[in-house]
Write a protein that binds this ligand. Structure first.
Ligand SMILES: *Cc1c(COP(=O)(O)O)cnc(C)c1O
Length: 410
């Protein structure tokens, strides 16, 4: 019997955890509390004119992103939808999306009666693969939605080049990418419009909320009207010019976001530095491969730190079982999406609400091998709050992986 004392008892079996730090999220202090309390006491909770604290936060966010306009709204799904409508999509138009993303990226396409076309991701970045993207363009394609997945910038030069050759609009889904940069530009500010979420898990949050940024005057005017029941700045209160809705945020959210925004740049810096450091540590572990930071000048916001798992080096342990062991070690992690988006019932079943999707579009025939492999076997996510830790926390993450590997290979 092997009783090698060097094998540490796994936390899942009652042993000591390899990661001892807790990583709280959201992060706030008395100034955040005071800002919200001031609004409560003012009695001005809403913002019927999108003025006051809401307009101030929009201005701050636009300035931070280096974009001309920022339009807040209730969440990061509606912000995508506002931008899609403003791009002029018509029922039956095709919109290219990746299959490895949150449902909203593709479900908003259905909501505007357009057809999501799934294009596979690059195995080294998990972002839209520009080569596959070009091959998927048809006469009906109108918009590309690149998702800066996990906060890693897409290959925007290649995507913008394709978009300009085929006269397509580019709507960046930057829900993971607040403060991230591609060649010195903030993500979200590079395409025709960029969409952000302030939902509670996101790197900038007020519990719920969304924002879309743009430099385009016409897109701005349309989106600004649509989120405010079709009103126009030049019109009267009861004049409604566009088929919009009330998608406004409250002043309570706006002041909280203004306070949170003060922390964003420093937090993004810490996550980015920790990511580079962790890349080096994990690259030394057999069977673990960090995603590649593309060979351009980027700043990664690490909404997720993703690494690829190869079970051949872990005694054929399935990914989900490995992740359960890692989580027990105290690492805030997940095996991520179980399936690519096109496997969701909403696409497979195409019920009566999906009437705009032609019969010729059959999602049961869609197969994106890279996304399939990422979901089933490969992708492991570490959550963003853990990336705010110290260098020695990063050391402990690598240590947790080595400890589990050592135990299961024994
Ligand atoms: C969170 C998220 C959204 C939608 O944001 P909500 O604010 O939850 O509506 C859109 N796209 C991606 C990639 C997301 O992760």
């Amino acid at each position: 019997m092997d009783t090698t004392p060097s094998i540490a008892k796994l936390a899942i079996d009652g042993g000591e955890k390899a990661v001892k730090t807790n990583f709280p999220w959201p992060i706030y202090d008395e100034q955040d509390v005071q800002a919200v309390a001031d609004i409560v006491r003012s009695g001005q909770w809403g913002n019927p004119d999108c003025a006051g604290a809401v307009a101030e936060f929009e201005q701050q966010f636009a300035t931070y992103c280096g974009s001309k306009y920022a339009i807040s709204c209730v969440n990061g799904s509606v912000s995508l939808r506002l931008a899609l409508i403003a791009c002029g999509v018509r029922p039956g138009d095709e919109v290219i999306v990746p299959p490895y993303t949150f449902i909203a990226t593709a479900s908003v396409v259905l909501e505007v009666n357009c057809v999501p076309v799934f294009v596979d991701i690059d195995p080294n970045t998990y972002n839209l693969d520009p080569k596959a993207l070009e091959a998927a363009i048809t006469e009906r394609t109108k918009v590309i939605i690149p998702v800066h997945f996990a906060g890693l910038p897409c290959d925007m030069d290649a995507i913008l080049d394709i978009a300009s050759r085929y006269k397509l609009r580019v709507l960046e889904d930057a829900a993971h990418a607040h403060g991230a940069e591609y060649k010195g530009k903030k993500l979200g500010s590079i395409g025709d419009a960029g969409s952000f979420s302030f939902q509670s898990s996101k790197n900038l949050t007020s519990g719920e909320g969304g924002m879309v940024i743009t430099n385009d005057d016409a897109l701005y005017e349309t989106m600004n009207s649509l989120r405010n029941v079709g009103r126009l700045p030049s019109g009267q209160w009861y004049d409604h010019f566009n088929p919009g809705c009330n998608y406004r945020i409250t002043q309570l959210q706006a002041v909280l976001l203004s306070e949170q925004l003060k922390r964003l740049d420093e937090q993004t810096h810490i996550r980015n530095e920790n990511g580079i450091y962790l890349d080096n540590l994990l690259a030394d572990i057999e069977g673990i491969a960090p995603l590649s930071r593309e060979p351009v000048d980027i700043r990664h916001s690490y909404h997720l730190y993703i690494f690829r798992y190869n079970k051949a080096k872990f005694n054929q342990m399935p990914k989900q079982a490995f992740v359960a062991m890692l989580a027990a070690e105290g690492l805030p992690c997940s095996s991520g999406y179980p399936h690519p988006l096109y496997k969701q019932p909403v696409f497979q079943q195409k019920n009566w609400m999906c009437y705009a999707i032609p019969d010729s579009v059959d999602y049961s025939q869609v197969y994106c091998p890279v996304a399939e492999h990422a979901c089933a076997d490969e992708a492991i996510w570490i959550f963003q709050q853990a990336m705010l830790g110290t260098r020695s926390d990063m050391d402990s993450f690598a240590e947790a992986i080595r400890k589990v590997q050592h135990a299961i290979n024994q």
